[in-house]
Design a protein around this ligand. Structure first.
Ligand code: ADP
Ligand code: MG
Ligand code: ZN
Length: 643
């Protein structure tokens, strides 16, 4: 059974429409109808149906009998005037047609008319006027040709028409942007900031542009790239920019398109989409909001949504089913990568991750500049100031800020947007319904700056802690700020002192908040969780506690089912108590060490925090300059592998 899906026109984000295309049969039928009508009209107009019509042989007979006085030849048409029966009577007129291409006299002779009889009549040849004649001659050929051209043109228009809409793939809601579409083409230049993400995607561009180079080398090109980041950070935009850079077709489908569909339709749409994209490869398939279909399967009440699972399965099947030489790259975007089904993230699927971050101050300025391009700005506008006041804004927020500013200026009948328009709009964007991100207050920024400075200084001072790569107070993931360090286990075989320094570093944020504000926010709660987990591992897995010694005890609480202990490791209550007290000893020691570092290097700590407040992000070189200033040795940075 084939389900008929109502295909209602739907405006997408780019404002392009998916037209309500009539079915092929209807189109063909109407074209034929028009054609038939035209030929009927043509026929009636050009073919005389007069009562006085006679045949050629009748004409010949009349001529032979000497009844004809005059014949007027108009092309093939003959106007015959008979000799009046009596003097003064009105002459009778007859019409006939001669054979095409032969002279009338010759025809008549062939009919047995004698030369004398022929000479007795007056034959006039009336050459039809040029245009009408040629029209008459050519119409029978031209009309069908024109009809045919019209039909072809009509179908071409249907296919090409608006550029971003369904092509031949039936009910699939996917839209495609072809590289020939200059208007919609965007490149990396249109995306401000996100330098690291762009670098990562450069590789995809290179592959799509020049696949042979890679295939000849036997290189395996990643099939799937997952873009994660908060809403409005430019995931969709960047995916389109990859297609724009590589000049390949961009197939766009949103996960939420699948949600309201009938069972089985989602899967068939995915199949159609891949088929179509393969035909036009090299190409990019972009599945936006993939979390709508790609949530972990089998969770939720009733085992989840059947349709979603089938759609997800189909995506997996398709991704497994093409080889890298098919020159297809599947990109997906989500702001909830934590809920994604692990099957999606396996090698050969979305194994590349690109993380987009909220823009920092210089990037915010660049984004503002991009969106100010087509807007008349007054001379007093200082985008730097606007950038300073918009910490925590996403690219989409900044775009909407510029837009609100323009609206405000127009409402006030100004010719140009003033700085005040922009500043007034700030508030509107913050409280407005479209607000997607969180604008950090001055106080929040300060807390975050000191918190991160706490982590950073402890990491830099303690000898076994990991070196600091970057410190920022721009929210990242679910954390308010971020101090990037190398993950422990990738660097070397961790020793007890490495773990201890790591715990102290993790507690650095907590200690800093406590010291500066005398109060603790919920910010460090994740830090505490991580530190506690590390301490627990030290005690129960790595034998790093003096009290318990080098034995492995499962740190999890024993389970009791039907009154029986089913846990393999039989631990006494006393042992559990000892574990807890050892953990808390390690944490306390970590706290003390962190406090001491911040005490001893208070000036450096304050300077890091205050600089962060100014510039929001400290890259490694600038950070190291502060360390040097206070005589803190700079650690060798091992080759970074960013998480
Ligand atoms: P996401 O898909 O991550 O939610 P979008 O790609 O839809 O975000 O971005 C929404 C809009 O915000 C874009 O159309 C663009 O105008 C603006 N925008 C976001 N990030 C940037 C950026 N880095 N540079 C320029 N404009 C941006
Ligand atoms: Mg998006
Ligand atoms: Zn922290």
């Amino acid at each position: 059974m084939k389900l008929d899906i109502p295909n209602k026109p739907k405006n997408n984000k780019d404002g392009s429409k998916k037209p309500n295309t009539p079915s092929l049969m209807t189109q063909l039928f109407s074209a034929l109808l028009v054609f038939a009508l035209v030929s009927i009209l043509f026929d009636t107009y050009f073919t005389p149906h007069e009562d006085n019509q006679i045949t050629l042989s009748e004409t010949a007979t009349l001529v032979a009998e000497g009844q004809v006085s005059n014949i007027l030849v108009k092309g093939e048409k003959l106007d015959i005037t008979l000799i009046p029966a009596s003097e003064g009577a009105v002459p009778v007129e007859k019409v006939s047609k001669k054979e095409a291409g032969t002279a009338l006299s010759e025809t008549l002779v062939n009919y047995g008319v004698t030369t004398e009889a022929l000479q007795a009549i007056n034959i006039e040849i009336d050459e039809p006027s040029g245009f009408a004649y040629w029209l008459g001659q050519l119409a029978p050929f031209l009309l069908p040709l024109i009809g045919l051209i019209f039909i072809i043109w009509f179908f071409m228009k249907q296919v090409k028409g608006t550029n971003m809409k369904a092509m031949a793939f039936g009910d699939s809601k996917a839209r495609v942007i072809l590289p020939s579409n200059k208007e919609k083409r965007i490149t990396f230049k249109d995306v401000a900031g996100n330098r690291e993400a762009k670098q990562e995607l450069e590789e995809m561009v290179e592959f799509l542009k020049n696949p042979k180079k890679f295939i000849d080398m036997g290189a395996k090109i990643p099939k799937g790239v997952l873009m994660t980041g908060r809403p409005g950070t430019g995931k969709t935009m960047l995916a389109r920019a990859v297609a724009g850079e590589a000049r390949v077709p961009f197939f766009y489908l949103s996960g939420s398109d699948f949600v309201e569909m009938f069972v089985g339709v989602g899967a068939s749409r995915v199949r159609d989409l891949f088929k179509m994209a393969k035909k036009m490869s090299p190409a990019i398939i972009f599945i936006d909001e993939i979390d709508a279909v790609g949530r972990s399967r089998g969770v939720g009440i009733g085992g989840g949504n059947d349709e979603r699972e089938q759609t997800l399965n189909q995506i997996l099947v398709e991704m497994d089913g093409f080889e890298s030489n098919e020159k297809l790259i599947v990109m997906a975007a989500t702001n909830r990568s934590d809920v994604l089904d692990p099957a999606l993230l396996r090698p050969g699927r979305f194994d590349r991750r690109v993380m987009l971050e909220l823009p920092d101050r210089p990037d915010r300025k660049k984004i503002l500049e991009i969106h100010a391009r087509k807007k008349p700005l007054d001379t007093d506008v200082d985008l730097q100031v606007v950038a300073e006041r918009t910490a925590g804004f996403s690219g989409a927020d900044l775009e909407s800020l510029m837009n609100e500013g323009a609206i405000l200026a127009a409402l006030n009948k100004r010719k140009k947007i003033t700085q005040q328009d922009l500043l007034d709009s700030l508030e509107k964007v913050m409280i407005g319904p479209k607000r997607q991100s969180h604008l950090a207050s001055e106080h929040e920024k300060k807390v975050t700056a000191y918190h991160e400075a706490g982590h950073a200084i402890v990491a830099s001072v303690l000898p076994n802690a990991d070196p600091v790569h970057k410190v920022t107070i721009i929210p990242r993931g679910r954390a308010g700020g971020f101090t990037m360090k190398l993950p422990l286990d990738e660097r070397r075989l961790p020793t007890r002192s490495v773990y201890e320094d790591d715990i102290a570093m993790g507690l650095g944020g907590y200690v800093a908040e406590e010291k500066i504000f005398g109060d603790i926010t919920t910010g460090p709660s994740n830090d505490l969780k991580v530190a506690t987990a590390t301490a627990r591992d030290m005690v129960t897995k790595f034998g790093m506690s003096d009290e318990i010694g080098p034995i492995v005890v499962d740190g999890k609480a024993a389970q009791t089912i039907f009154g029986e202990r089913v846990d393999g490791s039989h631990r006494s209550e006393k042992m559990l108590e000892t574990i807890d007290s050892e953990i808390s000893k390690i944490i306390k020691r970590g706290l003390e060490r962190a406090r001491k570092v911040i005490e001893d290097y208070n000036d450096a700590f304050i300077e890091i925090a205050e600089t962060l407040l100014q510039v929001e992000t400290l890259e490694q070189s600038d950070y190291n300059k502060i360390l040097e200033k206070y005589g803190i040795p700079i650690k060798e940075l091992p080759k970074m592998k960013e998480a």
